[in-house]
Design a protein around this ligand. Structure first.
Ligand code: NAP
Length: 455
């Protein structure tokens, strides 16, 4: 179980291997700092390649028995996991706040959403059916032949989530993999590992059979490649930055990969949009958790005729944002680390140098970046294309839907898009012309306004 270091009086999180909480082979740890207080908050294990091998061996040893259990039995373990998480929601939310700098309300919502997600996953899995096909469906085929298609476990799934939802995005990988009878190697983001490991304490309390889930902690840059190339891994489920995802895709060979990557999510504002109504929605979409969300609004493509009015409304809304410490419930909080803030500052500097209009913000204190709005952004600026993962919203003015669509599609990303208009036909026409959409399509239309996100 988790223990407390005698030297530093900070929690030391152990790895979860074969149902035990253990130190790594070399007895080395990584010290984590709060992005908000900038003070040390605890330690995680810096696992070695030997530790990684061990974790994978245990995962294989446990997998067949786990898969052999009735689906209903696995469902019970996962339901118990959700119940245990609910019991520890306040403790876990505090830790999420401390470790990744998200305010307590959002952190608690993350835990509650995770509980719902695990239960939903179980219920979906309980209703998954196989298929069968007769041979004569194929030209010249025989009706006496029948193909039975079943969903079976793939073996050992390597789950790598990002830092920004250290519980929810981790559980989104773990729950489906476990439910279908796979063993899991869970490698949390280094900054986010304490929250991830605490979530695994709930799974341990739920009585998960030993070896079915094992954790691997350590810098992705150090053990990541070793894990990804390991012949004992049968599938990788990754969420994170596009560059990391591309690296993984090159390293992993002949195994299924699920990659959920970055975005430069456009919001297209048509001239018929209800500006007063959408301004608070845009600000919430762009600046919640300081913009550190894959589906944050990351650029606005605004029809020229309403741009001045919208800029004024957005500026007013930004003034209402609480900027500062997550411990004080702020929305715009310090970024996850100084390197991220340096990157965002570079985008801001470039935009100013290239002639964008700085409406508000642009300042920085350590890793806290003031909510920043740029108008008159042009295609030669980095902020037009690069994902800040920080509180910076650029406006590119357009004169037609076609121009907005072309700009939306010119991005190297295709994660999510929003359309703001009063006209549902127009919303669908723009949505259909866009490339954005990784996996699913959602429509959320209100009486006076269509807002069409593709996730
Ligand atoms: P990241 O730097 O790419 O890291 C993501 C994960 O990959 C972390 O666990 C990281 O571990 C690990 N990693 C790093 N190098 C690795 C390697 N060589 N091999 C294997 N694993 C490696 O991303 P992030 O900063 O945590 O998250 C922000 C990004 O995630 C943004 O681009 C955002 O848009 C994207 N995101 C996408 C979605 C979606 O659903 N599409 C959701 C959320 C976030 P370490 O922490 O140890 O380096």
């Amino acid at each position: 179980m988790m223990t407390t270091s005698t030297t530093h009086d900070l929690p030391v999180y152990h790895s979860y291997i074969n149902g035990q909480w253990v130190n790594n082979a070399s007895n080395t740890t990584i010290e984590l700092y709060s992005p908000s207080t900038r003070k040390p908050i605890g330690y995680i294990q810096a696992m070695t390649k030997q530790d990684v091998n061990e974790a994978i061996v245990y995962a294989h040893a446990a997998q067949k028995d786990w898969e052999a259990l009735p689906l209903q039995t696995r469902a019970h373990y996962l339901y118990r996991w959700a119940d245990e998480l609910l019991h520890m929601k306040d403790e876990l939310a505090q830790l999420i706040m401390q470790e990744v700098g998200k305010n307590l309300k959002d952190a608690r919502n993350e835990v509650l959403r995770t509980v719902d997600l695990i239960r939903y996953t179980v219920e979906e899995a309980l209703h998954l059916n196989g298929e069968s096909a007769r041979g004569d469906q194929f030209p010249g085929g025989s009706r006496t032949k029948i193909a039975v298609v079943e969903r079976v476990a793939i073996g050992i799934v390597l789950a790598i989530p990002p830092f920004n939802y250290p519980v929810n995005l981790a559980a989104a990988k773990l729950a489906p993999a476990l439910m279908m009878g796979n063993s899991v190697i869970f490698k949390p983001a280094t900054q986010g590992a304490m929250s991830g490991l605490k979530m695994i304490q709930a799974l341990h309390k739920a009585g998960l059979p030993k070896g079915v889930l094992n954790t691997v902690t350590g810098r992705g840059s150090e053990i990541g490649d070793y894990l990804v190339e390991h012949p004992g891994i049968n599938m990788i489920s990754f969420t994170g930055g596009t560059n990391t995802g591309m690296r993984l895709a090159k390293k992993a060979t002949m195994i299924p990969l699920v990659l959920e990557l970055g975005g430069k999510d456009p919001g297209i504002i048509c001239e018929d949009a209800d500006l007063a109504k959408i301004a608070p929605q845009i600000i919430s979409g762009a600046f919640s958790y300081a913009g550190q969300r894959c589906t944050a609004l990351k650029r606005l493509l605004v029809h020229e005729s309403v741009a001045d009015a919208l800029v004024d409304l957005l500026h007013d809304e930004i003034k209402k944002l609480a900027v500062g410490r997550p411990e004080d419930g702020c929305t715009v909080v310090p970024l996850i680390d100084d390197a991220s803030a340096n990157f965002v500052e570079g985008l801001i500097t470039d935009a100013i140098e290239q002639g964008a209009t700085l409406v508000t913000g642009g300042t920085r204190q350590h890793n806290l970046i003031a909510p920043t709005l740029f108008d008159h952004v042009t295609e030669n600026m980095r902020i037009a294309w690069e994902e800040p993962f920080g509180p910076v919203l650029p406006i590119i003015r357009v004169t037609s839907d076609a121009e907005a669509i072309a700009l939306a599609n010119a991005s190297e990303y295709g994660l999510q898009a929003s359309i703001f208009t009063e006209n549902l036909d127009r919303a669908f026409a723009i949505a259909n012309a866009q490339n954005a959409a990784l996996t699913t399509f959602q429509l959320s239309a209100q009486k006076n306004q269509a807002w069409v996100p593709k996730v």
